[in-house]
Design a protein around this ligand. Structure first.
Ligand code: ZN
Length: 466
């Protein structure tokens, strides 16, 4: 043993999800990381595919739950963040630059753009717009982090949030926040097979240090006190409903309001924040949404904003997930979903049949948009071949085709049960191999398919990876 335990960066690079920053672009004699810049992960081919499938899953998940999909620019006028208050409270984390004497920023947060879109919708369609009004974006943001604090995919400078903003009246806030927690549960359990319970997550009630209200936090002492009390009520309701405890983190709030953060301990890397549910009573005022709503709905309507992300940063979530699973992804996201192993014998007629059968399975799966690949082995090399594939691409399903499978028309399949973290073997006689494979894939995809009311399959030829 080398003593070097693989971490999520190794796993992600083995699966061709990312290009390792320290690996070298040989002819330029420079590491890739030096060319792309620190904290800016370079996703590779399988990574591009995983992201695409995940984006489809997340987009569909949100549309089904009443969110409106939007997409906003990566660069914005600094003016926008002056109105929002980020230039006062958050400037140290922002990349700010000047073009033609005008100040611009690289978008550090999507919220201000979402407010602009909501304001426009409201002005245009007036009382036809119903609350809660939900905007969703796979929003790419960039924030300055000191180079010493950067770490793999977990702490980066550029990342993508599954970000949404919910515009609500006072009476709707609590129900809507509890509903967001239910969405977190649905997504984690059904797409990632990650049970949501007191062993996997904790909730941090992120409060302001009340002595610093006015300095680091916008609003008044009284407002913070009463809204934090309200948030405690939300945390208690979630605790009672889902059995998940919360703890208070004083000084962890954002400048516009308190938050309820999902903190997880996946793998051995300690605790990391992933999802979040935030109460914002400041930005609607700063953007004068309060006045706009009053003008349209009358003065008895009070508007608030909930900022929320289910996974948080997609990069961080993937990194933690790979740590937790030892480098595995659920079948829906796995680049190599099925691996067909041809176990050759050296006997021509048998080997020809093995190859033919492997091709039949491969073509059927391809037609069904399943990403399969074929590899060769023989009785002697078989276990080494499997070990090698398990150390790199970790297919969800193995299909073995050798002499016995040909002669006895038997099925020999092994698949990975990600929920229980174990391999399961199926050996049956006189059964149709392709139907059995398809049936297993169907079952592995079932939870995700049910929660999304759709099948998420994208075929891409990744056979070169094995
Ligand atoms: Zn936000």
């Amino acid at each position: 043993m080398s003593g070097h335990e693989k971490d999520h960066v190794d796993f992600a690079s083995d699966m061709d999800i990312i290009v390792k920053s320290e690996s070298s672009f040989s002819t330029l004699e420079k590491p890739f990381g030096a060319l792309v810049g620190a904290g800016l992960p370079l996703f590779s081919l399988a990574g591009g595919l995983v992201r695409k499938v995940l984006y489809d899953v997340l987009t569909s998940f949100h549309i089904n739950r009443g969110y409106r999909v939007i997409e906003t620019p990566l660069i914005a006028s600094a003016e926008l963040y002056k109105v929002s208050g980020h230039m006062d409270y958050y400037k140290d984390n922002m990349f700010v630059f000047t073009i033609e004497d005008k100040e611009f920023v690289i978008k550090p947060m999507n919220c201000p753009h979402h407010i602009l879109i909501f304001a426009n919708v409201l002005q245009k369609y007036r009382t036809k717009v119903n609350l809660p009004f939900r905007t969703f974006e796979l929003g790419r943001v960039h924030r300055y982090e000191p180079s010493g604090s950067l770490y793999g995919l977990l702490r980066v400078r550029g990342f993508t949030q599954d970000d949404a903003h919910i515009f609500v009246s006072q009476e709707q806030v609590k129900d809507e926040m509890v509903k967001v927690f239910e969405e977190i549960r649905e997504l984690y359990e059904n797409v990632f097979h990650l049970p949501v319970n007191m062993h996997t997550i904790k909730l941090r009630l992120s409060f302001a240090n009340l002595e610093e209200v006015g300095k680091y936090y916008a609003g008044t002492h009284e407002e913070w006190t009463s809204i934090q009390e309200f948030m405690r009520g939300v945390a208690e309701e979630i605790r009672d409903k889902y059995g998940i405890e919360y703890y208070e983190g004083v000084g962890e709030a954002v400048f516009y309001g308190p938050k309820l953060d999902v903190v997880t301990r996946l793998g051995d890397l300690g605790e990391w924040q992933i999802g979040t549910i935030q109460f914002d009573f400041n930005l609607p005022r700063r953007f004068r949404l309060v006045d706009l709503v009053e003008r349209i709905y009358g003065s008895d309507m009070q508007i608030h904003m909930i900022h929320r992300a289910l996974l948080g940063s997609i990069e961080r979530f993937l990194g933690l997930y790979l740590e937790y699973t030892g480098g595995r992804l659920p079948i829906v996201l796995n680049p190599i979903q099925v691996l067909i192993v041809r176990i050759y014998t050296g006997k021509d007629d048998i080997d020809r049949k093995i190859a033919e059968n492997a091709d039949v399975v491969y073509e059927r799966l391809k037609k069904a948009q399943v990403r399969a690949a074929r590899v060769d082995a023989d009785k002697v090399t078989l276990s080494a071949t499997i070990r090698d594939l398990e150390s790199r691409v970790k297919p969800s399903v193995y299909v073995f085709i050798g002499e016995r499978e040909i002669n006895e028309m038997s099925v020999n399949i092994r698949y990975y049960d990600i929920e229980n973290k174990k391999h399961i073997s199926i050996k049956e006689k006189n059964n149709d191999l392709t139907s059995t494979v398809e049936h297993i894939i169907d079952r592995l995809e079932e939870k995700t398919r049910n929660v999304l009311n759709a099948r998420f399959r994208i075929y891409e030829d990744l056979e070169y990876m094995v």
